[in-house]
Write a protein that binds this ligand. Structure first.
Ligand code: NZQ
Ligand code: ZN
Length: 385
């Protein structure tokens, strides 16, 4: 196991009715800006609960943060904050709203010339406004981590700083009952791939991280399809919600090598073709598993045995079966597993390769050995059935 320091300062309020906890979490004397997306919170009762909980606070709202939040939209919120003087941000929604709020929190305090530099040049974030969040879509882990992904046209870039980690996160599984089947699937698959990015690398004898990761994978494989079959089952939603948070709150990633090639390639698919984040991952991950099977052999065998009970046969056949089972799980979640499933063709691969190059994604993976030509090979592997 590699050395690490770990601190996760986000206080979690989990369970039905916990939105009420924001009353005590947000300082009474603060001027709060509530940020949300396209309006799902107005249809599922979340907005009313927020209004009630903030009845003794001074607050206003900013809506319209879109999926894959766009820089120009977020800068409108920054302008509002700077003219009206808000000092606390409450994000209410999925990963896009929370990520967008993280960027807004940093950009509102940014002293440099151009806030886009936070993403494009990794300009340091010295201070940011405090953030709390109410999560309505279990997927990204953004509610208790320090990362955010922001888009500007076709450029989809990320930044990470402890300065934007939410102070608290409300996780009420009941808020997720209004999700469409597509968003349920997206969330389960995103969380699954987050675990894989931190697990499917090479062994460093990190037994706790490995077994926690396997527990999350097993839970998502077990509960994901149930959420589609029994959409009213709150227990299923609770287990998915807690899994998604644990998948990317830093815990399983401490002291272990991490991959993230699937995500970096996936971001280009979203940036260029607008494919939902999770659906890019379900296309790219199987191809990464195939193309990097030598680098990942030991962990692929461990995954095959501990997650799917595959212990018989040659190394190759166990790895093939584990990849096939992964694809079967994605299919059960009704997400695409090939570029052609998402309507892309061979001619699109060059566009993706050029974008990877433009964004400096030239040394991906746990060894930094996935060069542009290797990403091209992965995309070719992901092309068709
Ligand atoms: O905008 P509203 O009206 O709220 O509708 C949203 C949106 O259309 C809807 N939704 C959310 N909660 C709902 C609901 N609809 C009904 N009932 C509810 N309870 O779902 C749609 C998608 O929302 P979005 O926030 O875009 O989804 P998700 O949570 O999957 O976030 C995706 C974004 O997060 C980034 C992705 O790249 C993408 O931009 N990621 C962030 C990460 C992080 N910060 O750590 C890591 C991830 O790997 C990921 O990259
Ligand atoms: Zn993701």
């Amino acid at each position: 196991m590699n050395p690490f320091s770990y601190h996760n300062p986000t206080r979690i309020h989990f369970g039905e009715g916990q939105i009420a906890a924001i009353t005590a979490e947000i300082p009474k004397d603060s001027k709060v800006l509530v940020l949300y997306g396209g309006g799902s919170i107005k249809q599922n009762g979340v907005y009313e609960q927020v209004t009630q909980a903030l009845s003794d606070h001074q607050w206003a709202e900013f809506s319209g943060i879109e999926p894959n939040p766009q820089y120009d939209t977020l800068m409108k919120a920054v302008e509002k904050i700077q003219t009206e003087g808000f000092d606390y941000l409450l994000a209410v929604g999925g990963g896009s709203v929370i990520d967008g709020t993280k960027f807004i929190a940093a950009a509102a305090c940014f002293k440099g010339q151009d806030p886009w530099d936070i993403l494009a040049k990794h300009a340091p974030v010295e201070t940011a406004l405090p953030i709390g969040c109410i999560l309505t879509l279990p997927a990204t882990g953004s509610e208790s981590n320090k990362g955010a992904v922001v888009s500007r046209g076709k450029d989809k870039l990320s930044f990470m700083t402890a300065k934007v980690q939410p102070a608290f996160a409300v996780l009420d599984p009941a808020t997720t009952l209004s999700l469409s089947p597509r968003q349920i699937s997206n969330g389960v698959v995103d969380a699954f791939v987050h675990v894989m990015e931190q697990y499917l690398t090479f062994p460093v004898d990190a037994k706790v991280q490995d077994r926690f990761a396997e527990g999350l994978l097993l839970t998502l494989i077990e509960e994901g399809p149930k959420a589609l079959e029994n959409p009213d089952d709150l227990t299923v939603r609770a287990n998915i919600m807690w899994s998604a948070t644990q998948a990317l709150n830093g815990l399983i990633g401490v002291g272990v090598p991490q991959d993230w090639a699937t995500h970096m390639i996936g971001h280009e698919l979203t940036g260029n073709y607008g494919i939902d984040h999770a659906r890019t991952l379900s296309i790219v991950l199987p191809a990464v598993m195939k193309a990097r099977r030598q680098d990942k052999e030991a962990k692929l065998l461990q995954y095959a045995e501990r997650v799917f009970g595959l212990t018989e046969g040659s190394t190759d056949s166990r790895i093939d079966a584990a990849i096939a089972q992964t694809e079967a799980f994605f299919k059960a979640m009704d997400v695409p597993v090939r570029l052609t499933d998402a309507g892309l063709a061979e001619s699109d691969i060059q566009v993706l390769v050029s974008s990877l190059e433009k964004h400096g994604m030239t040394a991906l993976g746990e060894h930094g050995r996935i060069a542009i030509a290797d990403s091209e090979m992965i995309l070719n592997t992901a092309l068709a059935h």
